[in-house]
Write a protein that binds this ligand. Structure first.
Ligand code: C2E
Ligand code: MG
Ligand code: MG
Length: 741
């Protein structure tokens, strides 16, 4: 580091722009050319307070005014009282003070005759420094008079600057108090420091001494805020940053608790009541001018000491690395740890695990926020204890935690073990499960944030797969996520541009082969004519919530079509509509259905709602309550795909249903002898519970005979008809009527 660049402030202000060379400007105003000549001769080569003079010459009051307008920092005006008029000089003085508002510029009046001396009150009013007759002004006297004036000008300028500085300081602390985050704080500080020293700066970096609350290595100072060209240092330890000059300057400021101003760089120390404070370093774009040491000190302590800012310092540090609620490392601290790990071992054995509790929101809703908070606390303690001090545990947000450690400690098996025993919350032992996304930290120098993003991705996919799932991040997974994102986009626009329609599949009574109803099935034909199967788009519509809006629309479509199909077939058809758990979970689901029945003038008994066992995930009680109201009105409920889902018999007992739909896979199995047993058991079970049974996927006469044989009441399948649009459905019916038998 170049030590010349950073000089500790001494008692005397250091002017690094070679102040010795900056001349004092003196304006000579006289209508007599000889006076100019004489003045030039007597003052041309003198130095006042070690600085040379720069003489400016005006031959009239107007010319003087123009020069005063154009040239800044004129220290003294040597002014002739009598020029074009008796009082032209005094008029100029008036204008200098009142119009041009040059308060610090000193004025020495000169006149030929004593009689032209201004009144004493004029001298006071216009702040005139000195008054001399030209004959009195010998070279020595002129020099003495000028020196006094210049010294006084210099003091006035310093005062002026201090006042301006103090104003800036008051402003600065007001502004910084309102800064909402670290970045804003750093930006604010940059602006305020630049204003104070009067030079543009292109970056600021703030360091604070370490936070012993986190871990012992962290007691080293860190960069808490940085903007401009220093932004890349953010969150680094001082020992880690690759710019030694900056590291040394900040370390020195923190150690010596001192600000220092160099030629192009300044370090400020902001003391915090006795204990540690923080330091900021800026690089200026031009040489930093002479700046009052006292002013810098007032600035720094004002910013740090002003009550709110004292909190700010503490907050800056805490917010930066500690999760306040759980008192453990937060996301920023995790990123720091990740970056460090990657830095030292870019292709190592490290693994990042993102662990997100299952059904935490529901637990919170049902058992209350107090319980939820305790559960989080318990989880945090458990994770720390289970994974031990060799691994880094942080809380990311809400119910999501992260663990970083070596592959042998962090893997699907260890995570499963971590949640294998129930947790104890409020004296109650409760089984807790979580979904986990894992990502190997072996891809080289990638920012920690990238790994974190991938870990989240894997965790989200694990969530999609169900409870207590663990998923490793891979490129395939990322590609899959991207294609889902694309699909969601086209799903939304496709829905808005009317690419969705319904197909209807007949449902047949097996006793007399009569058409009794139809199932409405959603279809998507994209702009280029491709048919996208519901199995691809329904899960995405569910995840995005679009299914709620679509569900409402298609229920209305289906109920309106039911009127027309009933009229065309001459029978009062039942319309079965599939609903997703996402729709049922909405508290207004039953009222939405009732509204649609009313709007389409459909008798409640003509609507059947198909649900799957997965609706129970939302909580059985809520589902029961929703359907109780609808069934009261006469709406029937069918349990779709029975036998493939969660299949808990206790659910089956409690679910408010009227009909069981035996899944196609069991119907197909009827072709084989041993397959019959399951289907037959389902039928017996359903009948025992007083349910009607419908078989799905009846593709052949042989299968039809089998489902009749095991006792199904109704059937649906390609044997009778494929799902058809409304017109095809009517054609199909007419054709079927025509057929004998
Ligand atoms: P699902 O409700 O079990 O619908 C029956 C599926 O079996 C339909 O597939 C139908 O075309 C097909 N299918 C009917 N008979 C036969 C047969 O004899 N052989 C074979 N191999 N298949 C047959 P689709 O239309 O592809 O629908 C698939 C799933 O998508 C549905 O299963 C349902 O879970 C969901 N779905 C369709 N429409 C909607 C809707 O409007 N809302 C919701 N929430 N889900 C829907
Ligand atoms: Mg269905
Ligand atoms: Mg089904």
């Amino acid at each position: 580091m170049n030590t010349d660049e950073l000089l500790v402030l001494k008692d005397e202000p250091i002017d690094l722009t070679s102040p010795m060379q900056v001349p004092w400007r003196v304006l000579v105003v006289d209508d007599d050319a000889d006076v100019h000549e004489v003045t030039r001769f007597s003052l041309g080569s003198v130095r006042v307070l070690s600085r040379p003079l720069e003489l400016l010459h005006a031959h009239s009051a107007d010319e003087a005014k123009r020069i005063l307008d154009e040239v800044p920092n004129i220290a003294v005006i040597l002014l002739d009282v009598v020029m074009e008029s008796e009082d032209a000089g005094l008029q100029l003085v008036k204008s200098v003070r009142q119009e041009q508002r040059l308060a610090s510029t000193r004025i020495i009046l000169r006149t030929g005759q004593p009689g032209h001396a201004p009144e004493a009150e004029t001298i006071t009013l216009y702040d005139i420094n000195d008054y001399k007759t030209k004959s009195e002004l010998t070279q020595t006297r002129l020099f003495t008079s000028l020196t006094t004036a210049i010294r006084s000008y210099d003091q006035l300028r310093r005062l002026e600057r201090s006042r301006h500085g103090l104003e800036l300081i008051v402003n600065a602390s007001n502004k910084l108090n309102a800064m909402p985050g670290l970045r804003a704080f750093a930006e604010g500080l940059l602006t305020q420091i630049s204003a104070l020293i009067g030079v543009d700066s292109d970056g600021v970096v703030c360091a604070v001494s370490g936070s012993p609350e986190i871990d012992s290595e962290a007691s080293e100072p860190r960069i808490i805020a940085a903007v401009g060209r220093f932004a890349r240092f953010i969150q680094r330890r001082l020992s880690e940053i690759d710019d030694e000059r900056i590291a040394v300057a900040l370390t020195t400021a923190l150690r010596d608790r001192k600000s220092s101003i160099g030629r192009f760089s300044a370090t400020f120390y902001f003391p915090k009541s006795g204990e540690e404070g923080f330091a900021a370093l800026i690089d200026a774009t031009q040489p930093i001018p002479d700046i009052d040491r006292d002013l810098v000190e007032v600035f720094c302590s004002n910013i740090a000491l002003c009550a709110k800012n004292v909190d700010l310092v503490a907050e800056l540090r805490r917010d930066a690395f500690v999760d306040r609620q759980l008192g453990m490392p937060n996301r920023t601290a995790l990123l720091l740890d990740l970056n460090q790990r990657i830095h030292t071992d870019p292709h190592g054995e490290g693994v990042l695990a993102i662990i997100d509790l299952d059904q935490f929101a529901a637990t919170n809703d049902i058992l209350g926020h107090h319980y939820g908070d305790l559960l989080l606390r318990t989880t945090a303690l458990h994770l720390r204890k289970f994974f031990g001090p060799g691994n880094f545990v942080a809380r990311l947000a809400g119910d999501a935690f992260a663990v970083v450690g070596n592959r042998d400690a962090i893997n699907p098996e260890s995570i499963q073990r971590c949640f294998s025993e129930p947790f104890e919350v409020m004296g109650i032992r409760q089984p807790i499960s979580a979904c986990t996304g894992l990502v190997a930290l072996d891809r080289g120098f990638e920012p920690g944030a990238e790994y974190l993003k991938d870990g989240y991705l894997a965790m989200k996919r694990a969530k999609d797969a169900g409870l207590a799932q663990t998923m490793f991040y891979s490129n395939d997974l990322a590609a899959d996520v991207r294609s889902r994102a694309r699909l969601l986009h086209s799903l939304r626009s496709g829905y808005e541009s009317g690419q969705f329609f319904l197909a209807y599949q007949p449902q047949i009574d097996l006793v007399d082969e009569r058409l009794v109803g139809a199932e409405a099935l959603l279809r998507w034909r994209t702009a280029d004519g491709t048919m996208i199967p519901p199995s691809s788009f329904i899960p995405i519509a569910e995840k995005s919530g679009l299914i709620v809006e679509m569900g409402r629309w298609l229920l209305r479509e289906a109920l309106l079509a039911r009127h027309r199909l009933s009229a065309a077939t001459g029978s009062d058809l039942r319309m079965a509509v599939n609903v997703s758990p996402v729709q049922v979970r909405r508290p207004d689901f039953s009222s939405m259905v009732i509204e649609m029945l009313r709007e389409t003038a459909t008798p409640a008994a003509a609507l059947e709602i198909e649900i799957t066992e997965s609706v129970a995930i939302a909580g059985l009680d809520a589902v029961i309550a929703q359907f109780a109201a609808l069934r009261q009105l006469g709406v029937t409920v069918a349990l779709d795909d029975f036998g493939t889902g969660y299949s808990s018999l206790s659910y089956l007992e409690r679910l408010p249903i009227d009909r069981l739909k035996i899944d196609r896979s069991f119907v197909l199995a009827l072709e084989f002898d041993q397959g019959k047993r399951i289907a037959r058991t389902i039928v017996v079970l359903g009948k025992e519970m007083g349910l009607k049974i419908i078989a799905e996927g009846v593709e052949s006469p042989a299968l039809r005979d089998r489902v009749v044989e095991i006792g199904c009441h109704e059937a649906q399948g390609y044997l009778f008809a494929r799902p058809m649009i409304e017109r095809e459905f009517i054609d199909w019916f007419k054709q079927r009527q025509g057929k004998p038998g």
